[in-house]
Design a protein around this ligand. Sequence first.
Ligand code: ADP
Length: 603
Amino acid sequence: MSLWEIIKRLYPYVRPYRPLVIGTLLLTLVGSLAAQVNPFVLRYTVDTVQELLNQNKGLAQGADLLLLVSGLLLGKEIINTFIQFGQKFYGEKIRINVSSTLSQDAVRKILSYQLGFYSDNGNQTGKLQTRIDRGVESLMKLVQNFFIDILPLFANALVALVVMFSANVYVGLVAVCILPLYFWISYRQADKLNGTRRALRGLRETKSQGLVNLIDSAVVIKSFVREDYEEQKQAQAQQNLQEAQLQTRKTNFRYDGLKTFTEQVGVVLIIILTAYLVLDRQISIGAIMFHILLFNNVSAPIRQLHRIYDEMNDALTYSEGFFDILDAHDAVEPTGQLLPDHLRGTFDICNVDFTYPSGTQALHDVCLTIEAGKTTALVGLSGAGKSTIINLLCKFYAPDHGKMLLDGKPLADYDTHALRQQIGLVLQKNHIFKGTIEENIRYGVMDATFEQIQAAAKQAYLHEQIMQLPKQYESDAQQLSGGQQQRIAIARLFLKNPPIIFLDEPTASLDAIATEQIKNSLEAIKQGRTVVIISHSLAQIVDADCIYVMKEGRMVESGTHEQLYDQRGTYREIFDASARSLNIEKLARVMVDDEDEVGDTAA
Ligand code: ADP
């Protein structure tokens, strides 16, 4: 992106603050005029003092002058304080406002994108955040440079140069001759440091990321006794950072020295020239000070040039990634117009192919029917494509081709948000937000009353456990056990009360006791709803009204448990393997022995 393109993109964000921008620019102009007052006052002072001395007048006559000069300088400084405050504050106000609008825009856009956008390589959680943060940060530096740094400094320099020229063309010319050299050194400095700030930031992030990883992996590190190895890794990152920091400082100090020297050469040249002109009686003695102060005003902005140049480069680099996020129009979730009042939940899927944005084809020519009010189970080995079907049913992704109907109408025609209001989704591991149990259950219906939340928790067999916690519904939900968190997800579902429910291995990460309790909660919720369940648990599958068996993205068998069992196909293979893994024969024997013992005792 070129600077011009960035400015064009930023303009709509700055436009609402037009009065503020004009005000800031006016203050900038007044500020740069005020900055020239000192040279004038000093010239007047020196010349008047000289005049007094020439007339053999002393302190008594000079007192008026001192009073006038002090009054002028202090008065100007008071005004200047207000101008600077206004200029900086309003500049900053523009920057902060634009920055929050930009960030909020990015958030809104991201929320409107399809799931495929998040799984894209450049958009994974950390990367996306970095892209937004860096984009906004560098764009704001650009705004800041413009309103707070560059503009005032350069306006100041320009006015000073004009004043210098109008006072004496030769002195003005000396100043102008020094400037290219000064510019060149600043340019070389910026060139040498090009990207070092970025590299430094990268190294700092690597280091802090390393530390975070260290804490996250503490158990593994300790159990493998890899403390020395990890310390070594950190030391390496620290050393890289240290070297880069020193190198940057070295380059900076070298060029800063060179710039100060050049500036001093300019000052010396101006002293020589003005002193010559004074001695030649072409200008007054006060003009020496006058021109030196003006020259200082001219050279001040160039001292900052390398930093501004570097930050501009940052803006050029990072803004592209940021605007790419705002511009991902293709990623916006498609939606239809159909607003379902109440869905029955009959899905007809016919000849559906689906390929993930990464290129993995997950479904091949899949056909299935999910009947309203019944429980349909999807069975298959890991990676067979079961979750992908649920992803398509929720409209998280659209199929490559094939037909998907809900209650006889194309799924694509439904308003996406309205459709999802009618669907409840429970996954293997459900997200628990940072917050209390109450807040987490409330996610199901944001304006639910506390009584409704309690009722949902009761239905999910969670209420009793919550009441035993010291802070009850106010307890931190993230501190709950896996089984309890899963029941929060189910309570959310009860609260939402949707007619269609998708359960994707809802008990896979739970222990046997929790699984049994959750099975009860799920049995309660299944009543009268359309349920699709993916599970490896035989107990949950055998109860289903209809079972579909998937293998490598294809639908291979379907029917009831009994029918599929007798077919001796893929379902039977999976079923037998599950039974063997449970060691069901031995379990059955133990249970039979146990029953016999109970029987004998009873006899
Ligand atoms: P199952 O639920 O049967 O275990 P999935 O539907 O999750 O299987 O996955 C089917 C195939 O699609 C697998 O090959 C998997 O690697 C791939 N897959 C799943 N999710 C994604 C994704 N977000 N991006 C790319 N490929 C995916």
